[in-house]
Design a protein around this ligand. Structure first.
Ligand code: E4P
Ligand code: PEP
Ligand code: MN
Length: 427
């Protein structure tokens, strides 16, 4: 199933960013000190050291020039002149990382972006949750299967979803398979990228044993880059100010993002902004609100206000998925399209009321005709098991995602007006 990493797989400009983090931080990287949540338990595994050393030697999967181009596009989103669509699997599968899989996912992203652009009249920057989305934070460390209590599935970078003890063991060798798969997917995206709008790659930067060794110094500028993806994000469970994940993304020059849920305190979000966007640079930081249809109207405005007062020109992105997960009577995780649409509309209303630009949508979608979410042809929760293929969260199918985008667009085109106080960016 999984190809081995090919150290020579990426050539050309990627070879310019070869220096590993050891050279940049001889006394230890800043993200190695603080406590880190949601890490695999493989500390004493004999393969961990060799795998980390191998990851520190392989080529970066992205270039400084690509990160600059994406950053400029995101600055246009921050300025209110464009939108961002970030979409893909909840948990990417190593078995779905051929060129064909990558192209099908990018084509879906393109169709959704076209709908968003058509409905709003704004250009849309396309970013896939792909080419590295192999690690999952979980609510609980174990789950019950019959009589057995097993470690939960934490993404193909860590373990396998099959419910047996051997499959659920945390195996550091999997990081090499994740790297090789990411290299294939990123190469496929490179071949599709005709303009500044993408498709680009993004994933949650969760497993520090993977992300840390893939930090590279750009020899041209000396800046550190995270070589695993274009646009890493920090999840809701690991966004602690001063925590290891915030320190990691603070150290690299990629455009970065951070999820914020309904329990996020304005002062903590401002601290995270100060760490990730100290220069207050449009395009550097995206905040992904994942509040839930119920809480969003109350929980979001104080954050919008606090971040604006602190002077961070962030992109505000709406994830209407993760605050709206529920369990069906039969025990399947699902989400209802009407609730997601309600959150998307309420997000847009709150952001516009604050005089800010609603930057777009962050979605979990599948190119397959899945029935994981309720809405459209998936009439009730009884239909959810019909085609349930996700190994983590329930994804929208193509038609459901289009309906959600229509709900976001509403009846009115977006103004596309420039946000006051931000410099106009080069296109
Ligand atoms: O994708 C996000 C999280 O990993 C996921 O929502 C956690 O799901 P859980 O609550 O089943 O652990
Ligand atoms: C883990 C995820 O989300 P959150 O951190 O918002 O829960 C996710 O995007 O799959
Ligand atoms: Mn998810």
């Amino acid at each position: 199933m999984d190809a081995q990493p090919a150290a020579g797989a990426m050539t050309g400009p990627r070879e310019q960013t070869e220096a590993g983090p050891g050279e940049a931080f001889p006394g230890g990287a800043p993200w190695d000190g603080p406590p880190a949540e949601q890490q695999p338990s493989w500390r004493d595994h004999p393969a961990l050291g060799p795998v980390r050393a191998r990851l520190a030697a392989v080529p970066a999967l992205v270039t400084a020039a690509e990160l600059e181009t994406l950053g400029e596009s995101l600055a246009r989103v921050a300025a209110g002149e464009a939108l961002l669509l970030q979409a893909g699997d909840c948990a990417e599968s190593l078995a779905e990382t051929t060129r064909g899989h990558a192209r099908a996912k990018a084509a879906l992203l393109g169709r959704l972006a076209a709908r968003l652009g058509g409905g709003t009249g704004l250009p849309v920057v396309r970013v896939g949750r792909m080419g590295g989305q192999f690690a999952k934070p979980r609510s609980r460390p174990t789950e019950r299967h019959g009589d057995a209590e097993l470690p939960v599935f934490r993404g193909h970078m860590v373990n396998a979803p099959e419910p047996d003890p051997a499959a659920r063991r945390h195996d550091p060798e999997r990081m090499l398979r994740a790297y090789a798969a990411s290299a294939r997917v990123l190469a496929a995206l490179d071949g599709l990228r005709a303009d500044a709008a993408g498709p680009w790659a993004a994933h949650e930067a969760l497993v520090l044993d993977y992300e840390g060794p893939l930090v590279r110094a750009d020899p041209r500028s000396g800046a550190l880059l995270l070589g695993s993806t274009h646009m890493p994000w920090i999840g809701e469970r690991t966004r602690r100010p001063g925590g290891a994940h915030v320190r990691l993304l603070a150290a690299v020059a990629n455009p970065v993002a951070c999820k914020v849920g309904p329990g996020a305190r304005p002062e903590d979000v401002v601290r995270v902004c100060a760490a990730l966007d100290p220069d207050r640079r449009p395009g550097r930081l995206t905040l992904i609100a994942r509040m839930g249809a119920g809480p969003v109207a109350e929980a979001l405005p104080p954050l919008l206000d606090a971040v604006r007062r602190a002077g961070h020109p962030v992109v505000w992105l709406c994830d209407p998925m993760h605050g709206n997960t529920r369990l069906t009577a039969a025990g399947f995780k699902t989400r209802h399209l009407d609730e997601m649409a309600a959150e998307a509309r309420a997000f847009r209303a709150a952001v516009e009321r604050s005089g800010l630009h609603p930057g777009g949508l962050h979605l979990e979608v599948s190119a397959d005709p899945v029935t994981e979410c309720v809405g459209g042809s998936v009439a009730t929760e009884n239909d959810v098991p019909n085609c349930y293929r996700s190994s983590c969260d329930p994804r929208l199918n193509d038609a459901q995602a289009l309906a959600l985008i229509d709900a976001w667009c509403g009846a009115l085109p977006m103004s596309g007006k420039k946000i006051s106080g931000l410099p106009r960016m080069r296109v």
